[in-house]
Ligand binder design. Structure first.
Ligand code: ZN
Length: 477
């Protein structure tokens, strides 16, 4: 096998780093011959598998998983006016079946409201059918005209987790919105990705929603990346699609709805926040390989070393740890490079000297070196995995905190937006927002809802001097 060499661009050149790490760590291949469509390498797909297992585990507590068709008939897609306005520029249409023109053109779902809600109209009859809570993980298609990039801005989103719920009252739908925000925070906590939750301004809400709450993180270049959204749909869609129920007094009422989604941007955030100059850095919860064993085969004791490595592998695997023994005929240094690039949290080395001392040498992906007694291999490795995750979390939190600045005047906003997010008491007037956006080059992300990273602030709008609400401004992807 060919030995890998060559260094990544330094991570402070984030854009180049991101592009390079995706293929060097075998996450995505960008060479597929359609713009905006990318291919998952098996290693990338294994990361995806573990990440989405966590997401499913959370969703399964309160939802049923389902699967709706990719194709949406034109007459359903065109029903909700605001929704069409929001998506019509981005829709791919299927117009032919073989040589025949279709009677009804079919949209490739850009999102699934108009696929799911005609069926919900059939399924919901009475208050006893509510609440209805379903989700699916599917691909969606959007004809992006902006610069496309893997995991972040795609024409085929391959991994869209979308949940769609139906409730009897507006308040019940609102408490579902709050619950969804908590689940998303839990999900991202599991990925060690710190987030900020804010309510998008009205002009930036989901087309057809009462309001939108977004989950953002801050990327290494200081730009905010939206990595989740939660929408209160009110009865906009239920009126359009006729989703009604009979209440306990026999009166027909329109249902209230929510929807919320997360795409593979969660993996973009995972990779971008934690990676370093040597490649990916993965928390053990989602690392496809948690431990790699590298036997140090020098001198005459090869067989002995190999046996020891094999035993270690068996013991760790039996304890439920995802372990790989690298027995390729290449230099140990090349193996270190290979597994560091792929983000493996722990490397165990075993050679003749370790065997004599009854220990194993351990090196974490976050840079700590230690020895574990052979007899304590499992608890020793488990403790180290926990340490790696804690250290990843601390580093990400410190870095993101350093990119959030409370700004009291327009100049401070401009300065803060250069390196991250400005927190500013904005009055809510659009013309003040426009001035702040124009001066800073950022955009209003939204009114602050919650985060461990920012304290809510009060004060006056730096533009007009009226009382303001804590608002976040930053450049976005
Ligand atoms: Zn103002």
């Amino acid at each position: 096998m060919e030995e890998e060499t060559g260094a990544l661009p330094a991570k402070n050149d984030f854009s180049s780093w991101f592009n390079e790490v995706l293929w060097r760590a075998e996450v995505m291949d960008v060479r597929y011959p359609v713009k905006g469509l990318y291919v998952w390498f098996p290693h990338g797909f294994a990361i995806r598998k573990h990440v989405y297992e966590r997401l499913r585990e959370i969703m399964d507590r309160d939802h049923q998983e389902t699967l709706f068709p990719l194709l949406i008939p034109e007459h359903e897609f065109m029903k909700e006016a605001e929704h069409i306005k929001g998506f019509e520029e981005e829709v791919y249409w299927v117009t032919h079946g073989g040589k025949n023109q279709l009677d009804v053109p079919l949209a490739l779902r850009p999102t699934s409201e108009t696929a799911i809600y005609p069926m919900y109209a059939l399924w919901v009859r009475s208050h006893a059918d509510l609440p209805l809570k379903m989700y699916q993980v599917v691909n969606t298609f959007r004809y992006e005209t902006k610069h496309t990039r893997p995991l972040i801005r795609l024409r085929e989103i391959t991994s869209f987790k979308e949940a769609h719920t139906v409730h009897a009252t507006w308040e019940e739908a609102e408490s579902q919105v709050r619950a969804a925000i908590e689940w998303y925070i839990e999900f991202y906590t599991g990925l060690c990705v710190p987030v900020i939750v804010s309510r998008r301004p009205d002009w930036d809400k989901f087309p057809g929603a009462d309001y939108t709450v977004a989950v953002d993180t801050i990327m290494p270049d200081g730009r905010a990346l939206q990595i989740g959204t939660v929408h209160h749909l009110g009865d906009h869609f239920s009126q359009t699609f006729g989703i009604t129920y009979e209440d306990d007094k026999g009166v027909q009422r329109y249902a209230q709805q929510t929807c919320y989604g997360i795409s593979e941007r969660c993996i973009a955030a995972l990779i971008s926040l934690h990676g370093d100059d040597h490649g990916l850095v993965l928390p053990s919860s989602v690392a496809p390989v948690q431990v790699v064993i590298v036997p140090i085969l020098i001198g005459k004791r090869r067989a002995e070393v190999n046996t020891a490595a094999e035993m270690m592998e068996q013991v760790l695997r039996a304890a439920g740890i995802r372990v790989k023994r690298d027995i390729r005929e290449i230099r140990p240094g090349a193996k270190y490079y290979h597994w560091e690039m792929r983000g493996v949290p722990i490397r165990l080395e075993v050679g003749p000297r370790d065997i004599d001392a009854g220990v194993v040498s351990a090196v974490t992906r976050t840079g700590d070196r230690s020895t574990i007694p052979r007899g304590d291999l499992v608890p020793g490795v488990q403790a180290l995995l926990g340490q790696v995750t804690a250290s990843i979390k601390k580093r990400a939190t410190d870095e993101i905190r350093s990119r959030i600045t409370v700004a009291g005047n327009v100049d401070d906003v401009v300065l803060a937006v250069q390196t991250g997010i400005a927190v500013v008491p904005w009055c809510g007037e659009r013309r003040c927002a426009e001035l702040l956006e124009e001066k800073s080059g950022g955009s209003i992300l939204g009114m602050y809802v919650r985060s461990e990273l920012v304290e809510g602030i009060d004060g006056v709008c730096p533009v007009c001097g009226q009382k303001g609400c804590c608002t976040l401004i930053g450049r976005t992807f």
